[in-house]
Ligand binder design. Structure first.
Ligand code: PMP
Length: 386
């Protein structure tokens, strides 16, 4: 008897985890594969959680999260000028992924088309499909620094298009959509009455300009759901703490969905989040660390003649073009792993348009990164020599 649902049968292990598994059991691995800071959560944030536990905050919280945590989100960072109502317009979730999946579960009908850039973080496509939607890839190109273009979005709009997914700063490309293009995208969303989900989990890691959310552009708040999380900003991936801010009717349904799925986010993690969100300087220190690491990796890539790349404007990924070596990105990453014990992710894992590139996460320590780049350069040289 086959008990699995048709939906479950569509689920597959993603290429990032697969690469990770491939490296398991190998010695002396340097991992540039997984999008997770090696830094530990700042101690003061851990202490806030520990204090909360000692005070008996060991219970369920409201489905939308504690009011204190929602208030801290409303008062935090880039979206605070939008004055979201913590009672009706914010939900605390298990990670940004929790927010994204709850969101998709309440807006996607079978067959709805969802525009999502290609290459893109691979979980989007599986999540959309899992909830019955149809992902429609919108190519972004290295010659345009991977900026998502309003004109490319418009070309792909049909009567079935409901939703546009944005992720800036972007995983895997490091692109931050410039304000002028963001405005053009907002105009398209308004023209075709699209809902927008803006995944801003990397918004504290911007290198050039301060972050601008599409929700802040004129008339966009009412058609945008902002997703964010403490994972990257405060090095809190394991705490599973994220949130969504958006129109009350959508947030209400997400809260009812959460009631039936996980009840609420972890209560101690919510207490930790309240502390973290009130101390944005932690996120700045973490960003500064990535500024240093970015310098190291870009300097090493500059010294390899066959490699070109777009300078990452945000997040902690660089997505160099490796096509000059005449291998697929999968072959390149497999050989790099076998010959030099460095884990990178093939660009093809992020969509058809990712082929010819690899994703390198500069999430390991400066020493490890320096060693990884030494090995990487040696690998490129050995391929060059044949
Ligand atoms: N969005 C993007 C673009 C990501 O890269 C990630 C994590 N890799 C997430 C969302 C989810 O992060 P989390 O669930 O840890 O908040």
């Amino acid at each position: 008897m086959d008990y699995l649902s048709e939906r479950a049968k569509q689920l597959h292990q993603g290429a990032i985890r697969a690469m990770f598994d491939k490296s398991a059991g190998m010695d002396d691995i340097i991992n540039m594969g997984i999008g997770e800071p090696d830094l530990n959560t700042p101690v003061k944030i851990c202490e806030a959680a520990s204090q909360a536990l000692k005070e008996g905050k060991t219970h369920y919280t409201p489905n939308a999260g504690t009011l204190e945590c929602r208030q801290a989100v409303a008062a935090y960072s880039s979206i605070k000028t939008l004055q979201y109502d913590p009672v009706s317009e914010i939900i605390i979730t298990p990670g940004g992924m929790g927010a994204l999946s709850l969101f998709l579960s309440v807006v996607v009908n079978e067959g709805d088309e969802v525009l999502v850039q290609d290459p893109q973080w691979l979980n989007y496509v599986s999540q959309i499909q899992f909830f019955g939607g149809v992902p429609v890839p919108v190519p972004v190109r290295s010659k345009e620094c991977f900026v998502l273009k309003a004109a490319e979005i418009e070309k792909r709009i049909t009567a079935k298009t409901k939703l546009l997914m944005l992720n800036s700063p972007n995983n895997p490309t490091g692109c931050v959509i410039p304000p002028a293009e963001l405005m053009a995208i907002a105009d398209i969303a308004k023209k075709y009455d699209l809902l927008v989900v803006s995944d801003e989990v990397y918004n504290t890691i911007c290198y050039e300009d301060t972050f601008l959310s599409i929700s802040m552009l004129p008339d966009m708040k009412k058609r945008t759901v902002v997703i964010n999380s403490l994972s990257k900003a405060f090095a809190m991936t394991g705490w599973r703490l994220g949130y969504a801010a958006g129109p009350a009717d959508i947030i209400k349904k997400m809260t009812q969905a959460q009631e039936n799925i996980s009840a609420c986010a972890n209560s101690a993690a919510q207490a930790a989040a309240v502390y973290a969100l009130k101390h944005p300087d932690f996120a700045e220190t973490i960003r500064d660390e990535f500024v240093r690491r970015r310098k190291i990796i870009l300097a090493a890539l500059d010294a390899i003649p066959e490699i070109s790349y777009c300078v990452p404007q945000g997040a902690f990924y660089v997505f160099p073009d490796i096509s000059a070596y005449g291998m697929t990105s999968y072959e390149f990453c497999s050989r790099l792993l076998e010959e030099e014990r460095v884990v990178c992710i093939p660009g093809s894992a992020f969509g058809v348009c990712g082929e010819g590139h690899i994703r390198m996460a500069y999430t390991c320590s400066e020493d490890e990164l320096t060693e990884a780049m030494r090995r990487f350069s040696r690998f490129c040289e050995s391929v060059r020599r044949g």
